[in-house]
Design a protein around this ligand. Structure first.
Ligand SMILES: Nc1ncnc2c1ncn2[C@@H]1O[C@H](COP(=O)(O)OC(=O)CCCC[C@@H]2CCSS2)[C@@H](O)[C@H]1O
Length: 379
């Protein structure tokens, strides 16, 4: 197994790839890169492992004297900003159906879709050296170096647009006390149909102060030039990063699940996977919505009011005309949901409990069942 210290790695040629393996921790290896740069590329396509590696670098590496560029790609995933509401941003039902995970990152900003056709770039530096314009310049210059005819420009809100109209990159950042990172996406050959399908919110009537995404028309770089590919683009960006900052770092492959190299990283990944982080960190919100219920030929309008704090239903009132469903049944349903997580699995258990115990005739049982299904489907 090859064990490389950074000083070894610096002697390698630009295009050379190296794998870090655990002999020393990554921070010990990185300690040898004082006053220079390091380019890391993830060997994982797991969104939680990759976000955990960002956290690990931010928390464990002294970024006062060194800068790092981290290149990574994920299997299909939706990534929301730190202060967003997933029910407001994405189609959770479609994501569950397709097995697409939802991740909440630690940086602010809007919701994006990732797949292997999307490249993520994280620029770590001291807070003093944090410069999003310069980082995006690295990306646009690298693209122009590859294809001089490409019209790619960074905007004032740090998107990158293709031909002045289509977004190919979105930016977010996290500023710590002394260190910072700026990360951005780059659409190379992402599944745009899937992107639109999963970023279409389904839950109506949400009132919240959560950060809202800014939807834009998107395009892939490969739609513009099919001879490009994600690996060539990543190599060009790595090379331009070295040129721009005067470094000579090769690309070093890192396995973000390697606990020996990155002590504590698995705990960090688990924190990012927890319901309490992904859904529980949603800013408090209210759902006020009206929907139609049918039972044979009888139709009625149902009004739902819910207050959700830390992802938990704190208040619930389901208003159903009493000639359609006796008030005590709708009230029983409402009070049964209070204290539960706004989560279809937990709600299904609560609803099943209620449907089992509440005594009623066949017609009322059917109406209650359909009402439960409708409410659970919104989660
Ligand atoms: N992958 C990707 N790249 C660029 N733009 C996208 C992408 N997915 C969706 N979108 C479009 O951007 C808006 C949201 O734009 P908005 O400006 O609201 O948010 C962002 O751009 C956030 C970028 C976060 C980058 C991080 C880097 C590593 S982890 S995620 C969305 O509604 C779509 O129209």
């Amino acid at each position: 197994m090859i064990v490389k210290t950074l000083s070894n790695l610096h002697t390698q040629s630009q295009s050379c790839f190296r794998c870090l393996r655990a002999k020393s921790t990554l921070s010990a290896v990185i300690d040898e890169t004082v006053n220079s740069g390091l380019i890391l590329k993830s060997m994982s396509t797991d969104v939680f492992e990759n976000l955990a590696l960002e956290d690990w670098i931010h928390d464990h590496v002294d970024l006062q004297t060194r800068s790092i560029l981290f290149l990574w790609r994920n299997a299909p995933a939706v990534v929301i900003g730190r202060h967003q509401n997933p029910w407001q941003e994405c189609n959770l039902q479609a994501m569950r159906q397709k097995g697409i995970p939802l991740a909440r990152r630690r940086s602010g900003g809007g919701t994006v879709f990732h797949d292997l056709g999307n490249v993520n770039l994280t620029f770590f530096s001291s807070k003093k050296k944090y410069d999003r314009h310069r980082n995006l310049q690295v990306v646009t210059s690298a693209l122009k170096g590859l294809r001089p005819d490409l019209d790619v420009r960074a905007t004032e809100r740090f998107d990158i647009l293709l031909n002045g109209h289509h977004k190919i990159s979105g930016t977010a950042a996290k500023l710590g006390r002394t260190a910072a990172y700026h990360h951005c996406t780059l659409l190379c050959s992402t599944d745009r149909v899937l992107l639109s399908a999963v970023l279409k919110p389904t839950c109506q009537g949400i009132h919240s102060n959560a950060t809202q995404s800014v939807p834009s028309p998107v395009k892939n770089l490969l739609d513009e030039d099919p001879t490009l590919d994600a690996d060539t683009i990543m190599e060009a960006i790595a090379s331009q990063y070295n040129t721009e900052f005067g470094f000579s770092s090769p690309i070093t492959n890192v396995d973000p699940s390697d606990e020996l190299l990155l002590p504590g990283i698995q705990k960090m990944a688990h924190e990012l996977l927890a319901w309490e982080w992904i859904f529980g960190k949603t800013p408090n919100f209210r759902i006020c919505t009206t929907f139609e219920m049918k039972d044979g030929t009888s139709i009625c309008n149902v009004t739902l009011n819910m207050d959700i704090k830390k992802g938990i239903i704190e208040y619930c009132h389901i208003d159903v005309p009493s000639d359609w469903l006796p008030m005590e049944l709708s009230q029983e349903f409402s009070s049964h949901l209070i204290g539960g997580k706004c989560c279809p699995y937990e709600m299904s258990v609560l609803a099943a409990e209620l449907l089992r115990t509440a005594s009623r005739n066949k017609e009322l049982g059917r109406k209650m069942y359909n009402l439960c299904k409708k409410v659970i489907f919104m989660m």
